[in-house]
Design a protein around this ligand. Structure first.
Ligand code: GTP
Ligand code: SPV
Ligand code: MN
Length: 628
């Protein structure tokens, strides 16, 4: 239901149509209404529309009619973004508060007194002539004890962003009408801006992605892509929620996948959550099918692939995790029947999936991306690359270029995921047995190493070093530290972050086991991956759970417990024996070099708890002892 708004018009009677729109939409919360009113005026939007999940079919029809999305088969859709707007921009992402003590190494802190007026100025009048979609949402399954932190309202001037939000979050006025504290919701304003004149990547860059964390306000200007524009996801679900979890002392918000592993013989289910940096395999792991040789016995169920909120339940002292999202915004590249058949199922006919920046065939309405099949389609007829250029008209050095953007993605709701857990909508969440960290690391990091000590586990997360990926602009392949896989999403200082972790997880009666995993070790000579990965990743995880239960003992090394070859169930696994030996070995000399870098990293973090330094020194001393 939408009406034209005559906000502050010369004709007088400002905003009367807006009130009718909000009434008709059933939006009752007076604080939300006031917020909508204020920003409709400020951005100069000419229409306001309040949407809920039930509006999806109509919005899809309108978007198709307007040519903003294209049909990609029955109940499948396709969109292209502006060519300079294809990934998160880490340099333009800012956390702002009133307190300079909130400045950390990675959160790109600025004063809110500076940032708010700056972004507000850019947003003034910037939605003129457009519709402002009001998207009330909840970042939690209903009934979660963390619900008080989960309500939000995104205002966006981009219809495709509204379609994404409907897939990624629980959307509708019911999520904000009856809040215990009606003023407690995250205020997220997304203004696209004039994408062709924002100077992306130049010194005159006008994009600002700002989370005013102590005001629970998110102001994003200058993009319509992914986390830059879907504000429920990483801006609220990670940055804001991490800040709230710390400020309240109640919970952790992490870039974690969340899975269940069921032993069908005994009926027992374990839950594992864990962080890998963007585009490093969280979606794949969460959608994992057990390898054929283990499929009769084990089943992996999907809870979440990008965000988990963790708290300790005072009743039983266990750590519980929820996935606050309602959808998947997954990397398309290399997704195929072998690597991730589950992902293909979740984007099948009738799912309502929205593809972004893959290649598109305007005749057959088919989509394709690198790794979808070993070779691109042989018949070039109708195929256009992610920029919209006909493949058949490519010339010269364009010929070898990817058809799809490396950060092209699919957006689909959780209910479409074939291995979705039966209880994925449980507000209570699921009890956590193990927490893992990982990332793309071409050497040094073994397949898996386990840690039973909390401080060592947190230390391991803080010193996570991995290769950057195409999920952010311009940094693919570069080795860098990515504490807790939260580097782009950090909202408060690292020392406090470590302390908060020790306090929250330390309060659990039943502490999880920690592990560092690496699916990406490569042969230094020919570059092949030493570990087959994907479905086989279940094998080291099963070992970890057995270790926790005391069924295997592993081999203690200075950096944790590593499986022996015999302990890993490798039936039907294609790993080469010489590669396996390498995957399970620790190169102490190489690790000692790493320790010096870690020391420099940790020294930057003010107020790092003594327990973390002690863990660092224990590992360093053990490596020194081994080298002697
Ligand atoms: P974000 O959504 O950006 O946070 O990323 P993500 O961690 O969910 O990434 P995703 O699971 O989508 O993985 C991205 C890429 O990693 C894809 O190109 C996968 O093919 C590749 N990948 C995932 N698992 C493995 C693995 O076990 N081995 C290898 N070699 N590649 C993998
Ligand atoms: C990531 O980059 O880690 C994502 C995608 O999960 S985005 O929502 O764009 O941040
Ligand atoms: Mn992510």
């Amino acid at each position: 239901m939408a009406y034209d708004v005559k906000v502050a018009s010369a004709e007088g009677n400002p905003g009367s149509d807006l009130e009718t729109t909000l009434d008709d939409a059933g939006l009752k919360n007076p604080f939300v209404r006031e917020y909508v009113r204020r920003w409709a005026e400020h951005t100069g939007a000419s229409r306001v529309e309040v949407i809920g999940a039930a509006d999806d079919a109509r919005l899809i029809r309108e978007s198709l009619a307007a040519g903003e999305i294209l049909p990609a088969g029955e109940g499948r859709y396709y969109a292209r973004s502006y060519a300079k707007d294809t990934a998160r921009s880490e340099e333009r992402t800012i956390v702002a508060t009133a307190n300079p003590a909130d400045k950390g190494v990675y959160n790109n802190w600025h004063s809110s007194a500076t940032m708010r007026p700056l972004v507000e100025k850019l947003m003034r009048g910037a939605s003129a002539g457009k519709t402002m979609y009001v998207i009330p949402y909840l970042m939690a399954p209903a009934g979660s004890p963390l619900e008080p932190y989960a309500a939000g309202v995104e205002l966006t001037d981009h219809r495709t962003v509204a379609l994404h939000m409907i897939r990624m979050a629980r959307v509708g006025v019911e999520h904000v009408n009856n809040l215990a504290d009606p003023d407690k919701f995250v205020r997220g304003v997304h203004v696209t801006g004039d994408l062709e004149n924002l100077g992306q990547g130049t010194p005159e860059d006008k994009r600002y992605f700002v989370t005013l964390a102590d005001e629970r306000t998110i102001l994003h200007f200058g993009s319509s892509y992914g986390g830059n524009a879907l504000l429920g996801k990483i801006a609220h679900g990670l940055r804001q929620a991490a800040y709230d979890g710390w400020a309240s002392g109640e919970f952790l918000a992490e870039q974690f996948m969340l899975i269940g592993i069921t032993d069908k013989q005994t009926g027992r289910t374990w839950h594992i959550c864990g962080g890998f940096p963007s585009a490093s395999g969280k979606t794949n792991l969460a959608m994992m099918l057990a390898p054929d040789s283990l499929g009769d016995r084990y089943h992996v169920s999907f809870y979440g692939d990008d965000i988990a909120w963790l708290r300790v339940d005072p009743e039983d002292g266990k750590i519980y995790a929820i996935n606050p999202e309602n959808g998947v915004f997954g990397v398309a590249k290399d997704t195929n029947e072998v690597t991730n058949p589950t992902a293909l199922g979740s984007v099948a006919v009738g799912t309502g999936v929205l593809f972004t920046n893959v290649a598109y065939n305007e005749q057959t309405r088919d989509v394709w991306w690198e790794g979808r099949t070993p070779e691109p389609p042989a018949d070039l007829g109708g195929w256009r690359d992610w920029t919209g250029k006909l493949i058949s008209e490519r010339s010269g050095d364009e010929v070898g270029k990817p058809w799809a953007h490396p950060n092209s993605r699919f957006t689909t709701t959780l209910a479409n995921v074939p291995n979705i857990a039966a209880d994925y909508e449980s507000g209570q969440g699921v009890p956590i047995d193990a927490i893992i960290f990982g990332g793309r690391t071409r050497d040094r990091e073994p397949l898996i190493r386990a840690m039973t000590d909390l401080a060592e586990g947190v230390y391991d997360g803080l010193t996570l070093g991995a290769e950057a990926t195409f999920a952010a602009e311009g940094v693919d392949g570069q080795l860098r530290y990515d504490p807790m896989s939260m580097r782009p999403f950090m909202s408060y200082p690292e020392g406090a972050y470590a302390e908060h972790w020790l306090r929250i997880i330390g309060a659990a009666a039943d502490e999880p086991i920690f592990a560092h995993v690496n699916w990406f070790q490569r042969d230094p000579d020919d570059g092949h991956f030493l570990w087959p990965g994907y479905r086989d990743n279940l094998r080291p995880l099963l070992w970890l759970l057995q270790l926790k239960d005391g069924e295997v003992r592993g081999r203690q090394t200075p950096v944790g417990i590593v499986p022996t070859q015999e302990e890993l169930d490798l039936a039907g696994c294609g790993v080469r024996p010489e590669d396996l030996a390498k995957l399970l070995s620790i190169d102490a000399a190489r690790w000692r070099q790493e320790m010096a870098h870690r020391e420099e990293l940790l020294a930057q973090f003010d107020g790092l708890p003594d327990a973390i330094w002690a863990a660092h020194r224990r590992v360093a001393a053990a490596l020194d002892a081994e080298a002697e």
